[in-house]
Design a protein around this ligand. Structure first.
Ligand code: SF4
Ligand code: SF4
Length: 153
């Protein structure tokens, strides 16, 4: 009996607290700076990736979620980034790639709305043209209601 009363007290205690989700998705949430979410490449002032194509993140990713294509520079040492892809469906958001990048070339994108019913939407091209799962859904004109989408597919 005491256990039931304690449980009900906890339940009613939560009823009196403010709604954590606010009116999301009408008003998008801003996640904390250190929150882990989908990735993007950092660019310099000229729009060129800070990534030096060292391949460290690709080799170190525990889930093999990163795929990089680069070529040798013709005007000096180093490599030119041709393509940078990441499959957020494989990524476990460990943050290892962001932490270990010697060029600070990767960072969280701010896009956490990555839930999708389509496997192909988890694959993202970060360079040369950045795309996000949310972009892909908007381009198709899909509903933002991923749950409804999942039920109908
Ligand atoms: S993002 Fe960083 S770690 Fe990954 S290839 Fe580019 S420079 Fe190297
Ligand atoms: S966050 Fe972790 S799992 Fe995701 S791409 Fe980076 S290293 Fe791989």
């Amino acid at each position: 009996m005491i256990g039931i009363l304690k449980g009900m007290a906890t339940t009613f205690g939560h009823l009196l607290r403010p709604n954590f989700n606010g009116d999301y998705p009408a008003t998008p949430k801003v996640l904390p700076e250190r929150a882990r979410m989908s990735l993007k490449l950092r660019l310099d002032d000229d729009g060129v990736p800070l990534c030096k194509s060292c391949g460290l993140c690709e080799r170190s990713c525990p889930d093999r979620a990163i795929h990089i294509v680069s070529s040798k520079r013709e005007d000096g040492p180093g490599r030119v980034l041709e393509r940078f892809e990441v499959d957020m469906g494989l990524c476990m958001y460990c943050g290892l790639c962001v932490e270990m990048c010697p060029s600070a070339g990767l960072e969280p994108s701010g896009d956490f709305e990555v839930a999708t019913a389509r496997k192909e939407d988890t694959h993202r091209v970060l360079w040369p043209s950045a795309s996000t799962p949310s972009d892909a859904r908007r381009a198709r004109g899909d509903s933002d209601d991923v749950t409804a989408e999942a039920v109908t597919t």
